[in-house]
Each structure stands twice: as structure tokens, then as C-alpha cells.
Write a protein that binds this ligand. Sequence first.
Ligand code: 3VV
Length: 228
Amino acid sequence: MTLDLDLADALSRAEGDARLAALAALAQQARDLIDAVALTDVPGDEITAVAGEIAVLSERLRATMRDRPRSFQLTEDQNTLIDPGNAVGGVANPHALPLVVEVTPERTVRADVQFRPVHAGPPGFVHGGVTSMVLDQLLGEAVAAGHFPAMTGTLTIRYRRPVPYGEPLVGTAEYTHSEGRKSWVEGRIALPDGTPLVEATGLFITPSAWVGLTIADVEEATAPAAGQ
Ligand SMILES: CCCCCCCC/C=C\CCCCCCCC(=O)SCCNC(=O)CCNC(=O)[C@H](O)C(C)(C)COP(=O)(O)OP(=O)(O)OC[C@H]1O[C@@H](n2cnc3c(N)ncnc32)[C@H](O)[C@@H]1OP(=O)(O)O
């Protein structure tokens, strides 16, 4: 199966690349702010003063807002399908790491992963929910790259070693096989030498509404909010 070619037209109602670059820069500033909030040790009156300034900035951004998150879109050159609002990989989403996922020639996926102190869970290590979130994304991208887009049905995680933050790690995943709309995928987050830290297997299911994707489905999923 491949994505319907008409999908490209429906998805081409993209934000301009320059606007996306500006949003990506804003999101990165917000990530830096989140990290600073998590680690700051400045005096209390300075914390209060900064909170007041942030409130003013948030109000400026709220001046015009969409009513739903950004969805899939094509870049202006029509060559790349991106998901700028995605919680894990979206460059325009400050919650995202962001994870930059490459598709290999074998149609597996790979990403450099580096967690930050804001992802803390057990003392000194990364939260297991954060690593499973990253693996859910990697597995989802692997099934899309190797077969066809699908949603997570069941995700099984094995935490083998505690995951450090601040160190370069590698995430990989590969589609293995399908039966009807069900697809199986495997992935892991590992040290650069290949030592696995967290392993995942996933059963992903292509919703029946996505089979032979129609323009109507995509238009509904990507329609801009009123006034956008
Ligand atoms: C508009 C399209 C745009 C597309 C653009 C494409 C670009 C893509 C590029 C890049 C990819 C990005 C990557 C993102 C990754 C993110 C991943 C996530 O986090 S996804 C969110 C979390 N998951 C959910 O929220 C699912 C919620 N659940 C559901 O929606 C349904 O339950 C669903 C779709 C999983 C199944 O619903 P049914 O109605 O199709 O299922 P039934 O017909 O009952 O079952 C079909 C078969 O599947 C099994 N099944 C159903 N649910 C299962 C489950 N949860 N676990 C295991 N098996 C299940 C059943 O037993 C059945 O198997 P038998 O045919 O009888 O052998």
C-alpha cells in the first residue's frame, strides 16, 4: 500500500516554510524556558517577576489562536510530509523533544535521542512514560515507513536499564509484518554502542477509515481553524 497521491494536494495547504521556521524557533525558545523553569535557583522575587513577564508574552500569542493542534502538512516544495504539532516530533510543539526521525534505505527508522532534566523520573534517570512515548512515536513512524500509517493498539515496553538524561542515545524501530489491518513493529532506545536500555513491541492497527485514504478524511483531519 502507498499513500493516495491526491493526499499531497489536500495536505499542501501548509503554513509557509518561513512561518514554520519562525514557529520552530519560538517552540525552541519555549523548550529553553521550560528547562530554565525546571532548574532555576534564582531568588523568589525574581521568579515572581519572570512569571509576570511570561504572562504578558502568553497573552500576545493568544491574540489569534487555532482551535485544534497543527496536523500533517507538506513543506512548500511539496517534497516532505511533516507533522509540526506532534507531541514527540513536532518542531512547532514545545512539548516535543523534538525527535527528528530518519527513514533508512531499508524503510526502518532511526533518531538521535537526548533527554533533558525536564524528563526526570526516578532519581537521576528519565521517566519511563517519556521513553515509552518516544518509542510509541518511533514505532508509529516505522509502520508508516515500512507499510502503512496505523494507530497504536497495544504497546509493550521492557525497561532493561535506567535511561540517563543529557547523553546522546539512539532510537530505532522496524516494521516486521502485517495480518490484514494489524501490523507488528519493534523498536528500542539504546546507548550509541548498541546496548539496549528500553525495548518495545507494538501491535498497530490501521483504522478501517484510513484504508485507501480519501481526501475527505484528510481534509477533515487537517482543516485550519476558522479565521486561519
Ligand atoms: C487522516 C489520516 C492522516 C494520515 C497521515 C499519515 C502520515 C503518517 C506518518 C507518520 C506516522 C506518525 C506516527 C504517529 C505515532 C503515534 C501513535 C499513537 O500514539 S496513536 C494513539 C494511540 N492509539 C489510539 O488512540 C488508538 C485508539 N483505538 C482505536 O482507535 C481503535 O481501537 C483501533 C483503531 C486501535 C482499532 O479499532 P478497530 O475498530 O479498527 O478495531 P476492530 O475492527 O475491532 O479490530 C481489528 C483487529 O484488531 C484487533 N484489535 C483491536 N484493538 C486492539 C488493540 N487495542 N490491541 C490489540 N489488538 C486490537 C482486533 O482484535 C481485531 O483483530 P482480528 O481481526 O479479530 O484478529
